[in-house]
Design a protein around this ligand. Structure first.
Ligand SMILES: NC(=O)c1ccc[n+]([C@@H]2O[C@H](COP(=O)([O-])OP(=O)(O)OC[C@H]3O[C@@H](n4cnc5c(N)ncnc54)[C@H](OP(=O)(O)O)[C@@H]3O)[C@@H](O)[C@H]2O)c1
Length: 258
Protein backbone atom coordinates (compact mmCIF):
# COMPACT_ATOMS: atom_id res chain seq x y z
CA UNK A 1 0.00 0.00 0.00
CA UNK A 2 1.25 3.49 -0.85
CA UNK A 3 0.91 6.28 1.72
CA UNK A 4 1.91 9.83 2.55
CA UNK A 5 3.81 10.33 5.81
CA UNK A 6 3.18 13.61 7.65
CA UNK A 7 5.16 14.44 10.78
CA UNK A 8 3.78 16.47 13.68
CA UNK A 9 0.19 15.96 12.60
CA UNK A 10 -1.90 16.10 15.76
CA UNK A 11 -2.24 19.87 15.85
CA UNK A 12 -2.42 22.98 13.68
CA UNK A 13 -0.84 22.79 10.20
CA UNK A 14 -0.21 19.05 10.46
CA UNK A 15 -3.96 18.44 10.86
CA UNK A 16 -4.69 20.47 7.72
CA UNK A 17 -2.03 18.44 5.94
CA UNK A 18 -3.65 15.10 6.89
CA UNK A 19 -7.07 16.43 5.89
CA UNK A 20 -5.81 17.57 2.47
CA UNK A 21 -4.04 14.34 1.55
CA UNK A 22 -6.79 12.08 2.96
CA UNK A 23 -9.58 14.06 1.27
CA UNK A 24 -7.70 13.69 -2.03
CA UNK A 25 -7.73 9.91 -1.56
CA UNK A 26 -4.22 9.33 -0.21
CA UNK A 27 -3.53 6.85 2.59
CA UNK A 28 -1.81 8.63 5.45
CA UNK A 29 0.78 7.71 8.07
CA UNK A 30 1.23 10.48 10.61
CA UNK A 31 3.30 11.13 13.73
CA UNK A 32 3.02 13.02 16.99
CA UNK A 33 5.01 12.73 20.17
CA UNK A 34 2.34 11.45 22.56
CA UNK A 35 0.83 8.03 21.83
CA UNK A 36 -2.40 9.06 23.59
CA UNK A 37 -2.80 12.13 21.36
CA UNK A 38 -1.83 10.14 18.28
CA UNK A 39 -4.43 7.44 18.94
CA UNK A 40 -7.13 10.05 19.65
CA UNK A 41 -6.30 11.86 16.39
CA UNK A 42 -6.17 8.58 14.50
CA UNK A 43 -9.72 7.77 15.61
CA UNK A 44 -10.94 11.20 14.52
CA UNK A 45 -9.19 11.03 11.15
CA UNK A 46 -10.49 7.52 10.47
CA UNK A 47 -14.05 8.59 11.28
CA UNK A 48 -13.75 11.60 8.95
CA UNK A 49 -12.00 9.79 6.07
CA UNK A 50 -13.25 6.19 6.10
CA UNK A 51 -12.35 5.66 2.44
CA UNK A 52 -8.57 5.79 3.05
CA UNK A 53 -6.18 4.06 5.45
CA UNK A 54 -4.85 6.31 8.24
CA UNK A 55 -2.41 5.19 10.90
CA UNK A 56 -0.62 7.24 13.55
CA UNK A 57 2.66 6.51 15.30
CA UNK A 58 4.36 8.12 18.29
CA UNK A 59 7.72 9.54 17.23
CA UNK A 60 9.90 12.01 19.09
CA UNK A 61 13.00 13.45 17.43
CA UNK A 62 14.99 13.03 20.63
CA UNK A 63 15.66 10.10 22.94
CA UNK A 64 15.72 10.27 26.73
CA UNK A 65 19.31 11.58 26.65
CA UNK A 66 18.44 14.38 24.23
CA UNK A 67 20.17 12.74 21.25
CA UNK A 68 18.58 12.44 17.82
CA UNK A 69 16.56 9.23 18.03
CA UNK A 70 17.71 7.52 14.86
CA UNK A 71 16.79 4.08 16.24
CA UNK A 72 13.10 5.03 16.50
CA UNK A 73 13.06 6.30 12.92
CA UNK A 74 14.61 3.06 11.69
CA UNK A 75 12.14 1.05 13.80
CA UNK A 76 9.19 2.99 12.38
CA UNK A 77 10.26 2.34 8.80
CA UNK A 78 10.88 -1.34 9.62
CA UNK A 79 7.33 -1.53 11.00
CA UNK A 80 6.00 0.06 7.82
CA UNK A 81 7.97 -2.48 5.75
CA UNK A 82 6.38 -5.30 7.75
CA UNK A 83 2.95 -3.81 7.07
CA UNK A 84 3.84 -3.43 3.38
CA UNK A 85 3.33 0.36 3.55
CA UNK A 86 5.46 2.33 1.11
CA UNK A 87 5.90 6.05 1.85
CA UNK A 88 5.66 7.63 -1.60
CA UNK A 89 5.51 11.16 -0.14
CA UNK A 90 7.17 12.43 3.03
CA UNK A 91 5.91 15.75 4.41
CA UNK A 92 8.28 17.11 7.06
CA UNK A 93 5.93 19.34 9.02
CA UNK A 94 7.04 18.86 12.65
CA UNK A 95 9.34 21.51 14.04
CA UNK A 96 10.84 22.70 17.27
CA UNK A 97 9.63 26.31 17.31
CA UNK A 98 12.50 27.38 19.57
CA UNK A 99 10.23 29.95 21.21
CA UNK A 100 11.41 32.52 23.73
CA UNK A 101 15.12 32.01 23.14
CA UNK A 102 16.40 35.44 24.06
CA UNK A 103 20.08 35.47 23.10
CA UNK A 104 21.60 35.94 26.56
CA UNK A 105 19.16 33.66 28.35
CA UNK A 106 19.14 30.49 26.29
CA UNK A 107 21.71 27.76 26.50
CA UNK A 108 23.71 26.04 23.79
CA UNK A 109 21.76 22.88 24.67
CA UNK A 110 18.49 24.65 23.83
CA UNK A 111 20.01 25.89 20.59
CA UNK A 112 21.23 22.41 19.65
CA UNK A 113 17.85 20.87 20.51
CA UNK A 114 16.22 23.01 17.82
CA UNK A 115 18.85 22.04 15.24
CA UNK A 116 18.61 18.38 16.15
CA UNK A 117 14.90 18.32 15.39
CA UNK A 118 14.64 20.76 12.50
CA UNK A 119 17.74 19.65 10.61
CA UNK A 120 19.32 16.38 11.78
CA UNK A 121 16.15 14.38 12.57
CA UNK A 122 14.59 15.48 9.29
CA UNK A 123 17.71 14.29 7.48
CA UNK A 124 17.33 10.95 9.22
CA UNK A 125 13.67 10.66 8.14
CA UNK A 126 14.53 11.50 4.54
CA UNK A 127 17.39 9.00 4.52
CA UNK A 128 15.07 6.18 5.63
CA UNK A 129 12.23 7.17 3.32
CA UNK A 130 14.50 7.75 0.33
CA UNK A 131 16.07 4.30 0.65
CA UNK A 132 12.60 2.80 0.05
CA UNK A 133 11.66 5.38 -2.62
CA UNK A 134 14.84 4.50 -4.53
CA UNK A 135 13.84 0.82 -4.53
CA UNK A 136 10.32 1.72 -5.67
CA UNK A 137 11.45 3.98 -8.53
CA UNK A 138 10.91 7.40 -6.98
CA UNK A 139 9.04 9.57 -4.51
CA UNK A 140 8.61 13.06 -3.16
CA UNK A 141 9.82 14.88 -0.05
CA UNK A 142 8.27 18.18 1.05
CA UNK A 143 9.84 20.28 3.80
CA UNK A 144 7.51 22.69 5.58
CA UNK A 145 10.12 25.39 6.02
CA UNK A 146 9.50 29.08 6.84
CA UNK A 147 9.98 32.52 5.34
CA UNK A 148 12.13 33.15 8.41
CA UNK A 149 14.82 31.30 6.46
CA UNK A 150 15.18 34.68 4.70
CA UNK A 151 13.87 37.30 7.14
CA UNK A 152 14.62 37.04 10.85
CA UNK A 153 12.16 37.41 13.72
CA UNK A 154 13.12 38.35 17.31
CA UNK A 155 14.37 35.94 19.97
CA UNK A 156 14.35 32.97 17.58
CA UNK A 157 18.03 32.67 16.56
CA UNK A 158 18.02 28.87 16.72
CA UNK A 159 14.72 28.48 14.84
CA UNK A 160 15.53 31.04 12.15
CA UNK A 161 18.99 29.65 11.47
CA UNK A 162 17.73 26.05 11.60
CA UNK A 163 15.18 26.87 8.90
CA UNK A 164 17.98 28.42 6.82
CA UNK A 165 20.00 25.24 7.33
CA UNK A 166 16.98 23.17 6.44
CA UNK A 167 16.72 24.94 3.07
CA UNK A 168 20.36 24.07 2.35
CA UNK A 169 19.59 20.48 3.33
CA UNK A 170 16.59 20.47 0.98
CA UNK A 171 18.77 21.58 -1.96
CA UNK A 172 21.56 19.11 -1.19
CA UNK A 173 19.07 16.26 -0.93
CA UNK A 174 17.37 17.32 -4.16
CA UNK A 175 20.74 17.16 -5.88
CA UNK A 176 21.73 13.78 -4.48
CA UNK A 177 18.33 12.11 -4.85
CA UNK A 178 17.34 13.40 -8.29
CA UNK A 179 18.98 10.45 -10.01
CA UNK A 180 16.59 8.15 -8.15
CA UNK A 181 13.57 10.14 -9.33
CA UNK A 182 13.07 11.49 -5.81
CA UNK A 183 11.98 15.13 -5.79
CA UNK A 184 12.73 17.30 -2.75
CA UNK A 185 11.09 20.72 -2.34
CA UNK A 186 10.12 23.21 0.35
CA UNK A 187 7.04 25.24 1.23
CA UNK A 188 7.94 28.51 3.01
CA UNK A 189 4.95 29.68 5.05
CA UNK A 190 4.74 33.07 6.67
CA UNK A 191 2.34 33.36 9.56
CA UNK A 192 -0.21 30.54 9.76
CA UNK A 193 -3.39 30.49 11.82
CA UNK A 194 -2.69 28.17 14.78
CA UNK A 195 -4.05 27.71 18.29
CA UNK A 196 -1.18 29.94 19.51
CA UNK A 197 -2.97 32.96 18.00
CA UNK A 198 -5.56 32.82 20.79
CA UNK A 199 -2.80 33.75 23.25
CA UNK A 200 -2.12 37.13 21.53
CA UNK A 201 -5.38 38.26 19.89
CA UNK A 202 -4.53 42.01 19.62
CA UNK A 203 -1.18 41.30 18.04
CA UNK A 204 -2.64 39.03 15.39
CA UNK A 205 -5.59 41.35 14.73
CA UNK A 206 -3.36 44.10 13.31
CA UNK A 207 -0.40 42.13 12.00
CA UNK A 208 -1.73 40.58 8.78
CA UNK A 209 -3.11 43.80 7.33
CA UNK A 210 0.06 45.75 8.13
CA UNK A 211 2.60 43.19 7.05
CA UNK A 212 1.12 41.39 4.04
CA UNK A 213 0.13 42.92 0.70
CA UNK A 214 -2.79 40.48 0.59
CA UNK A 215 -3.89 41.61 4.06
CA UNK A 216 -4.22 38.09 5.37
CA UNK A 217 -2.17 35.26 6.79
CA UNK A 218 -2.42 31.59 5.87
CA UNK A 219 -4.78 28.89 6.96
CA UNK A 220 -3.18 25.50 7.44
CA UNK A 221 -5.04 24.45 4.31
CA UNK A 222 -3.10 27.01 2.22
CA UNK A 223 0.14 25.35 3.31
CA UNK A 224 -1.33 21.90 2.68
CA UNK A 225 -2.34 22.95 -0.86
CA UNK A 226 1.25 23.99 -1.57
CA UNK A 227 2.57 20.69 -0.18
CA UNK A 228 0.05 18.87 -2.35
CA UNK A 229 1.34 20.73 -5.41
CA UNK A 230 4.92 19.60 -4.76
CA UNK A 231 3.88 16.07 -3.82
CA UNK A 232 1.62 15.29 -6.74
CA UNK A 233 1.71 17.87 -9.53
CA UNK A 234 5.24 19.23 -9.77
CA UNK A 235 6.61 16.39 -11.91
CA UNK A 236 9.67 18.29 -13.19
CA UNK A 237 10.36 20.36 -10.06
CA UNK A 238 13.02 19.65 -7.45
CA UNK A 239 15.09 21.82 -5.12
CA UNK A 240 12.39 24.49 -5.36
CA UNK A 241 10.79 26.82 -2.84
CA UNK A 242 7.20 28.00 -2.74
CA UNK A 243 6.58 30.97 -0.44
CA UNK A 244 3.04 31.08 0.98
CA UNK A 245 3.02 34.21 3.11
CA UNK A 246 0.51 36.69 1.68
CA UNK A 247 3.48 38.60 0.25
CA UNK A 248 5.05 39.20 3.69
CA UNK A 249 8.61 38.55 2.49
CA UNK A 250 8.56 41.10 -0.34
CA UNK A 251 7.16 43.96 1.75
CA UNK A 252 9.69 46.43 3.18
CA UNK A 253 7.60 48.76 5.37
CA UNK A 254 4.44 48.16 7.44
CA UNK A 255 1.30 49.48 5.74
CA UNK A 256 0.01 51.93 8.37
CA UNK A 257 -3.18 53.19 6.71
CA UNK A 258 -5.11 49.98 6.16
N1 LIG B 1 2.78 28.65 12.66
C1 LIG B 1 3.37 29.50 11.86
O1 LIG B 1 3.01 30.69 11.81
C2 LIG B 1 4.51 29.04 10.96
C3 LIG B 1 5.15 29.97 10.17
C4 LIG B 1 6.16 29.56 9.31
C5 LIG B 1 6.51 28.22 9.25
N2 LIG B 1 5.86 27.32 10.03
C6 LIG B 1 6.27 25.91 9.94
O2 LIG B 1 5.14 25.14 9.63
C7 LIG B 1 5.22 23.87 10.29
C8 LIG B 1 3.98 23.66 11.15
O3 LIG B 1 3.87 24.76 12.03
P1 LIG B 1 2.78 24.76 13.20
O4 LIG B 1 2.81 26.11 13.81
O5 LIG B 1 1.50 24.17 12.74
O6 LIG B 1 3.50 23.74 14.20
P2 LIG B 1 3.18 23.47 15.73
O7 LIG B 1 1.79 23.84 16.07
O8 LIG B 1 4.28 24.06 16.56
O9 LIG B 1 3.31 21.90 15.77
C9 LIG B 1 4.57 21.35 15.62
C10 LIG B 1 4.46 19.86 15.52
O10 LIG B 1 5.80 19.39 15.59
C11 LIG B 1 5.88 18.37 16.55
N3 LIG B 1 7.15 18.42 17.25
C12 LIG B 1 7.67 19.46 17.96
N4 LIG B 1 8.83 19.10 18.52
C13 LIG B 1 9.04 17.82 18.14
C14 LIG B 1 10.05 16.89 18.43
N5 LIG B 1 11.07 17.20 19.22
N6 LIG B 1 9.95 15.64 17.88
C15 LIG B 1 8.91 15.31 17.12
N7 LIG B 1 7.90 16.15 16.81
C16 LIG B 1 7.97 17.38 17.34
C17 LIG B 1 4.76 18.65 17.54
O11 LIG B 1 4.42 17.42 18.13
P3 LIG B 1 3.40 17.31 19.38
O12 LIG B 1 2.04 17.37 18.76
O13 LIG B 1 3.71 16.00 19.95
O14 LIG B 1 3.69 18.48 20.27
C18 LIG B 1 3.68 19.23 16.65
O15 LIG B 1 2.88 18.22 16.13
C19 LIG B 1 6.52 23.90 11.10
O16 LIG B 1 7.55 23.30 10.35
C20 LIG B 1 6.80 25.37 11.25
O17 LIG B 1 8.17 25.65 11.42
C21 LIG B 1 4.89 27.69 10.90
Amino acid sequence: MKATMITGACINTGVAMVEKFASEGKNVVFTGRSIEKVKACEAQYRAKFPEVEIEGFALDSLDADGNVDEASVKALFATLDEKDIFIETLVLNAADQGLGMEIFKSSINDFMRVYKTNVVWNFCLVENAALRMKEQGGGSVVFINSNTAYRAIPDRTAYVSSKGGQLGLMRALALDLGKYNIRVNAVLPGMIRTDRMAQRPEYYASLPSMFTPLGDIAYGSDIADAAWYFATLARNTTGAELVVDGGNTIQLYPIMDR
